[in-house]
Design a protein around this ligand. Sequence first.
Ligand SMILES: [Zn+2]
Length: 322
Amino acid sequence: MKSKLTVVMYHYVRDLANSRYPGIKGLDLSLFLKQIEFFKENYTIVSVEQVTECIETKRNLPEKSLLLTFDDGYIDHYINVFPVLMENSISGLFSVSGKVLAESKPLNVNKIHYVLAEAGEHRKQELLSKVYKLLDYYRGTEFDYPSNEELYAKLAVANRFDDKDIIFIKRILQAELPERARDLITDDLFREYIPIPESTFSRELYMNFDQMKLMKKSGMHFAVHGYEHYWLEKLNDQEMQKDITMSLDVLEGIIDRERWTMVYPYGSYSREVLSYIADNGCNLGFTTAVRFADIQADAPLLLPRLDTNDFPPKSDNYLKIT
Ligand SMILES: [Zn+2]
């Protein structure tokens, strides 16, 4: 079948053992290099432009096509990934949230990753009790949300990569609580576990505009990834449209406003999101649904992706996914 496309999603890619926060959940650089070798031997790595062209002209993709996607604009992608792609003459898709570029502020989602990395498995219960205390502290002030027990019962459901305690912490701080409560609790935890200024942290964590321009000039493709990295389906129309417009504005000069690519933060979208981005020039979109894409059968704005952990040398999960 020549409409089948394997899309692989990456986040942190770094030399974990020698990094400042070795507990961060990422792909070790040595494994990334091995994985690229595996892909080169077994697939044809294609670019976003090739995919778009095949969709638009209804032409076939090469046999066993594969697209590499890198989320969140980490400096890892500039320092570690970009040279490897260049060396192998392959292109990748990189998505960056507007806020990190426009304001040099870390995203909440990343603050949570680093808090979890610092707490680690051995201090997880301590972190959980701190989260409970903060929930109690802010409950009933300007916010009203359910009891800790109710929240835990609703949200603590393990997924493919995280246990239920970690999922609980991620879900309340990424989506469940009112936004200001999420910000306050995340900031309290972040200050305690990562005692460096946010602007310093942000500059160390993300690539900057000049680096992105160089990557673009060298054949890399950039995608919109929201402004605040919100769950877009949870926003009202006005908030959603504002978040997307702001993210388009920040990427001026990096993306083509008439034909741009969307990578939905957390894979979250709605009918309203789809129609708004389609009306505003988006022609390709990637979710986090775990399956192989089929560019003839799938809607171009809803192409699914597998995770780097689904492939060798991390695992053989891709063989089990239909
Ligand atoms: Zn993201």
